[in-house]
Ligand binder design. Structure first.
Ligand code: NAD
Length: 321
């Protein structure tokens, strides 16, 4: 019998890619979301449009049509966006994402789901200064996330782990770094920095100017979607408890990210710094827990942008028509 996997948030960026990966790995997959994937048809065997803030919907989705609990649940549904959205929609994030996580764990664990992966975030960590030594996963405590999105993630991590302990459900906590790739949100206010710069550069003629929020010095690392998926799958099937960072350790400034996009596009672009929500000054994380599973990031920032920029440029061109 095929293994069964439930992907919550399967209409979103990472969820829709994860469904494809699980199908390739031979699973029977159910996707759930408020919406279908925006850019290509879902690869799921079954796709339910449901609001996971509602407990009865969560209870419904964690069992197959035959009434068996799913072997694996990947909980990626969240009210989610880049830094602009995270700062503007803090009440929505605190309410909507918490409700999803409270009801999903409270449905999955008692139903007998065997393995449950929660998509947490690097936003659970405190602000850092550039060149500070790497933080380990345990150093998320004492907790001081920079934004409410991070606080919600920490609470949801703990909620999942508590239910795992009570009901004997294996819980895996993946703390994703900023992830990007084709078929991610690229406009509308929820897009993250790599997609936003790809869009701005695609819209700007050679020799033109784009805007970047802040002074351009904030340091980040960006993980290409395929690398992240590989980490998710390894972590789900591992025996690693508690939070596990998944992210490429190639740290660049915001300006360097913008310059990488311009270079890939083959354009000379000037960067104009304007005030806007930036988030933390820097990030720098240890990766030895995920590396202990044989994971390593294979796709450099330049390579990942080379795969992402043409897709976003095509979206920009299509919108003009
Ligand atoms: P996304 O916004 O593309 O996907 C989230 C999906 O959840 C969306 O399709 C949305 O419709 C769905 N959703 C929201 N509310 C729902 C509800 N009430 N019921 C059902 N579905 C609902 O975001 P993503 O980038 O794919 O992120 C997936 C997960 O990974 C999220 O939990 C996010 O917080 C986490 N994460 C992402 C990144 C990143 O860089 N993309 C970084 C850290 C953590």
């Amino acid at each position: 019998m095929k293994k069964t996997a439930l992907v919550c948030g399967a209409g979103g960026f990472i969820g829709s890619h994860l469904v494809k990966r699980l199908k390739k790995d031979g699973y029977w997959v159910r996707g759930v979301d408020l919406k279908f994937p925006e850019f290509s048809p879902t690869a799921a065997d079954e796709f339910l449009i449901l609001d996971l803030r509602e407990q009865p919907n969560c209870e419904r989705v964690v069992r197959t049509a035959e009434g068996r609990p799913f072997d694996e649940v990947y909980q990626l549904a969240a009210d989610m966006g880049g830094m602009g959205f995270i700062q503007a929609a803090e009440c929505e994030i605190m309410r909507n994402s918490a409700l999803i996580n409270i009801h999903m764990t409270n449905a999955a664990a008692p139903a007998g789901v065997k393995r449950y992966l929660f998509s947490s975030s690097a936003c659970v960590y405190r602000n850092m200064k550039p060149d500070e030594p790497e933080l380990s996963e345990a150093e998320a405590y004492p907790a001081l996330p920079d934004n409410e999105y991070g606080w919600e993630k920490l609470y949801a991590e703990r909620m999942a782990m508590a239910y795992g302990r009570r009901f004997g459900m294996v819980v895996r906590i993946a703390r994703f770094q900023n992830t990007y790739g084709p078929e991610g949100t690229w406009q509308g206010g929820r897009e993250k920095a790599p997609a936003a710069f790809c869009r701005k550069v695609a819209e700007t003629p050679d020799g033109g100017e784009i805007e970047a929020w802040g002074d351009g010095k904030a340091m980040r690392a960006y993980t290409y979607i395929d690398d992240l998926l590989d980490g998710i799958i390894r972590l789900m099937h591992s025996d690693l408890e508690d939070g596990v960072n998944i992210g490429r350790q190639e740290y660049v400034s915001v300006d360097e990210l913008a310059r990488t996009v311009a270079e890939v596009a083959g354009k000379h672009i000037r960067i104009k710094h304007v005030s806007g929500p930036v988030g933390v000054d820097a990030r720098n994380f240890r990766n030895d827990r995920i590396a202990s599973l044989g994971w390593t990031s294979k796709i450099s920032l330049k390579e990942g942008i080379s795969r992402t920029y043409p897709w976003i440029r095509a979206q920009v061109e299509a919108k003009k028509k």
